[in-house]
Design a protein around this ligand. Structure first.
Ligand code: FAD
Length: 322
């Protein structure tokens, strides 16, 4: 007999938790099983209430001052003891940096399999869960099946959508578990000075590449972003090599899914494209007509960013004045 039952969802990022619950609900309905949200933190009753109206049949809530900010050993010990106690068949965890580390460590403790950064989850004809994920730097999509339970998967932000608000409300169950003492201690937390964003959430992104030779030229991108109410992003060399930004977009950076992605002076090699391929519309401006970015761009503008961007700013400003 299968002792593992139900779909669980957890993320320390609440909006991601609600998205995961949406997918969890869909799978659970097909399997005729329950969805449980795990909410950890301090003074997080409201979050538990919300999870209970966005798809969860049940919410296990652990409200403890020790869980106020994310601390891996404490969160891991809470999830481990809940999983051992209640045995979910599938555990979906938000693919944040902390979430991925947590999922991998949880899988190790439970001696089970963990599939990270799933872009799709579906059921086979035999009702077995399979996950799809991008592999080989975006060149392929692997379909993977778990061999053991619980099945742990991590889900990136904006992969699935949150359900509509439901009148039907799940049950909230407050629990207490023993938390492990952390092996590290956080001394300070300082907000990043350069990066202002959660670029994954932006609807419009103006992204800069090595086509920008001088830092002061970034003002062009900033101005275009301002007109479009967009977020500024960049390719990896602008962050890692030139240190003009602290984060970048791509395979090893943020995966984005905006309605509009404008690539300025970005060549579009596979590692960058892996992070932008889910954008709805891609506009690329590059002076090299053979730049690979044009292969995935919906609109290609061959030209110099120093000429095209000011012209675009002017044109958009004119449109907005009408
Ligand atoms: C393991 C690994 C992981 C990586 N992960 C990432 C990642 O997550 N994200 C990422 O971005 N990169 C990543 N990279 C780096 C990646 O391979 C490329 O080096 C990088 O994406 C190139 O950035 P770019 O397009 O800005 O620069 P370039 O490739 O140098 O392209 C600059 C482009 O600008 C154009 N240009 C130049 N001047 C102008 C102008 N005046 N007007 C218009 N166009 C102009 C050029 O024609 C060129 O196409 C990774 C690499 C490795 C090895």
């Amino acid at each position: 007999m299968n002792e593992y039952k139900g779909i669980w969802a957890f993320s320390e990022d609440h909006s991601l938790l609600l998205e995961i619950l949406g997918k969890g609900r869909e799978i659970a309905d097909k399997l005729e099983t329950e969805v449980t949200a795990i909410v950890l933190g301090h003074n997080v009753k409201e979050k538990a209430e919300e999870a209970a109206t966005y798809g969860a049949d049940k919410v296990y809530l652990i409200d403890n001052p020790l869980l106020e900010s994310f601390q891996s050993e404490r969160y891991l010990s809470a999830l481990t003891s809940l999983t051992f106690r209640y045995k979910p068949e599938t555990f979906l965890i938000g693919s944040t940096k902390d979430g991925k580390a947590l999922a991998a460590r949880l899988a190790t403790r439970l001696n089970t399999g963990c599939i990270t950064d799933c872009i799709q989850l579906e059921l086979t004809d035999e009702k077995k869960l399979v996950a799809k994920k991008i592999v080989y730097g975006g060149k392929g999509i692997a379909t993977i099946l778990w061999q053991v339970k619980p099945q742990i998967a991590t889900i990136p932000l904006r992969t699935f959508t949150k359900l509509e608000f439901r009148e039907k409300k799940g049950q909230i169950i407050q629990l207490d578990v023993e938390l492990e003492e952390p092996k590290t201690r956080r001394l300070t937390v300082r907000p990043l000075e350069v990066s202002r964003i959660r670029v994954e959430e932006a609807e419009i992104i103006v992204s800069c590449g090595r086509g920008f030779e001088k830092k002061e030229d970034l003002a062009l991108a900033e101005e275009l972003a301002k007109v479009l109410n967009a977020q500024v992003g960049c390719s990896r060399p602008l962050a890692e090599d030139r240190k003009w930004f602290t984060e970048w977009i791509g395979l090893s950076g943020h995966k984005v899914k905006p309605k509009l992605y404008i690539a300025l002076g970005i060549s579009g090699v596979i590692q960058h494209v892996a992070g932008i391929r889910d954008s709805k519309v891609i506009v690329a401006i590059n002076k090299d007509e053979n730049a690979p970015i044009f292969e995935i761009a919906d609109y290609a503008i061959v030209g110099d960013i120093h000429e095209i961007v000011p012209a675009l700013i002017k044109a958009f400003q004119k449109c907005l004045q009408k």
